[in-house]
Design a protein around this ligand. Structure first.
Ligand code: NAD
Length: 268
């Protein structure tokens, strides 16, 4: 690469840099022509703080120092870390891409408020295919109507902290939108005991956990004597990381605002 191309590359701060996704993000940044790793942030007390992830990048827990000289943050960590680091990025005027899931309604509102100060993308899933599945789920729900019962299930690796997955909630939201329903009013997250007949408008979400599975989601529309199933299966985390890195390159230089991932993929 020419010296001027390297000089023009935007610098990325990776939050959760030594996590499962952090490792994939660093690998995708390394091969992106417009981006380079600027800093790597980890939680206080992480045993590998101070180790080098690249020749000139050492893992730190000091967010203010890490933000210096960076153009964009990519964060896949935990909700409390995302909120803390997003505040710091807003103070520093640095763009922010995050895929952290499990945020509460209040935490999501805080993300939206901070996006009035800097450009932000927060997506439950950065895979192009999953975002297309969201679109298909909404349209199937709209076209099949209330004669078909909507049920979703997801499976993820056993270390996943939040349930149901952010992607399952995103897909369930798409189903609800297709029927002009509120997901909050109709989601059913647990079934046990003498639960009686299924309410017609219910949107069921079942969660499985085990092994090292990076994520599978099935959206079912169950009718009388027939069933439609829409399925996405991840075999690796690479496509999540490449989508997030693509979003980061897209976001640098834009005005403040909360941008939907669909816009990055041109799905609207
Ligand atoms: P992980 O546990 O492997 O990695 C999280 C990392 O964040 C860890 O290294 C941890 O030490 C670090 N961390 C925790 N607190 C921190 C802090 N205060 N500052 C900096 N770093 C901190 O988890 P993972 O599998 O990489 O998943 C991370 C998140 O990304 C989860 O919420 C998961 O659901 C989500 N995820 C989203 C997508 C998507 O496409 N949106 C895809 C996969 C995973």
């Amino acid at each position: 690469m020419a010296v001027e191309d390297v000089a023009n590359q935007k610098r990325v701060l990776v939050v959760g840099a030594l996590g499962r996704m952090g490792e994939q993000i660093r690998a995708q940044v390394a091969i992106h022509p417009e981006l380079r790793l600027g800093a790597a942030l980890e939680r206080a007390g992480h045993p590998d703080l101070g180790s080098a992830v690249e020749e000139d990048v050492v893992v730190t827990d000091d967010v203010k120092a890490a933000l210096q000289g960076c153009d964009v943050v990519i964060d896949f960590s935990i909700p409390t870390a995302t909120l803390t680091n997003l505040h710091a990025a807003a103070d520093a005027g640095v763009a922010y891409v995050t895929g952290t899931t499990g945020l509460s309604v209040e935490e999501r509102a805080e993300v939206a408020a901070l996006a009035q100060r800097i450009p932000v993308i927060h997506a439950a899933n950065f895979s192009l295919a999953v975002n297309v599945l969201g679109w298909l789920s909404r349209e199937a729900s709209r076209l099949l109507g209330d004669e078909f019962d909507a049920e979703l299930f997801e499976i993820h690796h056993k270390a996943k902290r939040d349930a149901p997955s952010g992607t399952a909630l995103f897909l369930a939201e798409a189903v609800a939108k297709g029927r002009n329903q509120s997901l909050e009013d109709h989601q059913v997250l647990e079934r046990a005991g003498d639960i009686g007949a299924r309410p017609d408008a219910a949107i069921g979400i079942q969660t499985l956990r085990g092994g090292d599975n990076p994520g599978e989601h099935t959206v079912m529309f169950v009718g009388n004597g027939e069933r439609v199933e829409l399925i996405h299966r991840s075999a690796t985390r690479e496509h999540f990381a490449s989508g997030a890195v693509r979003a980061a390159a897209w976001l640098v230089g834009r005005g403040a605002g909360l941008y939907p991932i669909d816009q990055v993929f041109g799905l609207k």
